[in-house]
Ligand binder design. Sequence first.
Ligand SMILES: *Cc1c(COP(=O)(O)O)cnc(C)c1O
Length: 386
Amino acid sequence: MDISQIINELGEDREHYFNAVAPPILQTSNFTFKKVADLTKAFEDEMGGYLYSRGLNPTVDILRKKLAALDGAEDCLVFNNGAAAIFAGIFANIKSGDHIVSVAKPYTWVQRMFDVILPRFNVTVTYIDGTQIENWINATNDNTSFYYLESPNSWDFALQPIRHVAAFARSRGITTLIDNSYCTPLYQKPIEMGIDMAMQTATKYIGGHSDTLGGVLSGTHAMMEKIFNSEYLNIGSGIQPFNAWLMIRGLRTLPARLERITKTTAEVVAFMKQHPKVESILFPHDESFPQYALAKEQMKGACGLFTFTLKSDKREDIVLFCESLQHFMMAVSWGGHESLVIPKCAGIPVKDFDATNKEHKYIRVYTGLEDAAYLIKDLEGALGKI
Ligand SMILES: *Cc1c(COP(=O)(O)O)cnc(C)c1O
């Protein structure tokens, strides 16, 4: 189906709500029944209708249909945030004694789940450099039941050869889940590459305005139903109707925003690359990127986030740069209208800062919807202070 049709029409049933262009927010906790038999049916198959909004809700369903179609998946579930989507996708598919192979340095709360929560349930995790298929194969044991991918990573943009990893996992009956947040399904379609579950945080590009959280998990209907009937209903982590409505609104402009951000990011990256104070730059669709060929093959686009290092080994210079910016705001998250900066060293105790560890010098930039010239001028001013 055409992306425009998915975004503007799919899942919407305007004749049922006064031909309004925008869908209603079905702000209700419960749904009524006239017949006991219908109530019984709803208890037996909660995913088959509307019973209670911890489960399905009509406003949320409009969003579900659109997001599943964008992912090229049979179905999807929309959670209250991305972390919840990942948690449910993993938890529903592992049991005590299982082993997970994961990319090194996954998203913070995934790592926390792997390091703190799963050991309590006798599930072990091996972190690997996921860039090479051999590393996945070598890390796989008899009890390996799950592969966790994040391509690209949101700090160093390391990629996995998705098709190869998916094919090997399938041959071993291993379930795969990928964090596709950087690309969104507009720029990368992991389900079509053989991955079982594609996750993205809707907080970032889908919402697009830094005003609400959400998380998407796509896959087969059978998989979504299994997760719905266990983790989704049990944890109660589904998105609320108003937030789903904001996501539908965000989706309307997603292609236009990504197009604009892609163009702006390319201009900003080009400026940063030639600047004498900039030591190195990491951006998947830049020719200097170590996995440039794979990035071009797997990802239709790259935008928004890039990471760079200063030609300086002093932590104070990183601090001075970040604090000198007038328009880029310093904050976590990304994908909104506003440009952001975040230094890796903010999360490292000052006494542990080690300039020989390149990661400690990382400064991540997110380019939002402002004018490229306006952003470049701001970066130029802050670099000039170093
Ligand atoms: C923000 C983020 C998440 C988590 O999403 P939330 O909606 O904040 O829970 C997961 N993965 C990546 C890469 C992210 O940037």
